[in-house]
Design a protein around this ligand. Structure first.
Ligand SMILES: [Fe+2]
Ligand SMILES: [Fe+2]
Length: 214
């Protein structure tokens, strides 16, 4: 539903609803079934399974952040067209969230206990960027998506070789995130300078190493 027709109170309720749904751990993919569904089940040792689950938990936390970031921006973006773009991208991220949740369940694992914290922080950053300017907001999306792509590619190298199910999920996510980054820049996003990207990389390390364990 377009938020352009909603009052500020309605928008706040829709935002709270998204937060609860994102953190519930029971997301359903909107349109696309998980790419893992087409892969034969693989045998993993306990250690391999724990490691794959740690990586998928990090990816899931990244998707929680993406939901929060897009929702925060949608709440404060000034141009309706930008708000609409953000909502559309957030919708596409729902599939990623659902795929990661499903893979974690298949690996007999769980989502990160820290997700409410990541959601809150990302929502605040997204809302602040949207308040400052739409171009900054879109630039932040592009820089974030690029960073996520880097993580996803590194996870492809670190996953157990035979875990084709996790691999197929990550590969499709990387394709989608790359297109989100390009769209955000094409829509007028400010390209972030290298030092800003470096700072974001450092901040993301806190999240990735914490979510891997917790
Ligand atoms: Fe995503
Ligand atoms: Fe994305």
């Amino acid at each position: 539903m377009s938020q352009r027709a909603l009052s500020p109170i309605d928008r706040l309720i829709a935002t709270a609803d998204n937060a609860l749904r994102t953190l519930s751990g029971n997301t359903e993919a909107t349109e696309r079934p998980s790419p893992a569904a087409g892969q034969p089940a693989t045998e993993l040792s306990d250690n391999e399974r724990r490691h794959a689950a740690g990586l998928m938990r990090v990816n899931h936390s990244g998707e929680v952040c993406a939901q929060a970031l897009y929702q925060g921006q949608a709440l404060t973006a000034k141009l309706p067209s930008v708000r609409h773009e953000m909502e559309k991208a957030a919708g596409e991220e729902v599939d990623h969230l659902a795929w990661c949740e499903l893979r974690l369940k298949e690996l007999d694992s769980r989502t990160s206990l820290l997700n409410p914290l990541w959601y809150g922080l990302s929502f605040g950053i997204g809302a602040a960027a949207g308040l400052i300017s739409d171009r900054l907001s879109l630039g932040f999306v592009a820089a974030t998506e690029e960073l996520v792509c880097e993580h996803l590619h590194s996870h492809l190298e670190r996953l157990p070789d035979q875990d084709n199910q996790s691999r197929s999920v990550i590969e499709q996510m990387a394709i989608d995130e790359e297109s989100h980054a390009k769209k955000a820049l094409a829509a007028g996003g400010l390209p972030f300078p290298a030092p800003a990207k470096k700072l974001m990389t450092l901040a993301s390390r806190v999240m990735t190493s914490a979510s891997y364990r917790l």
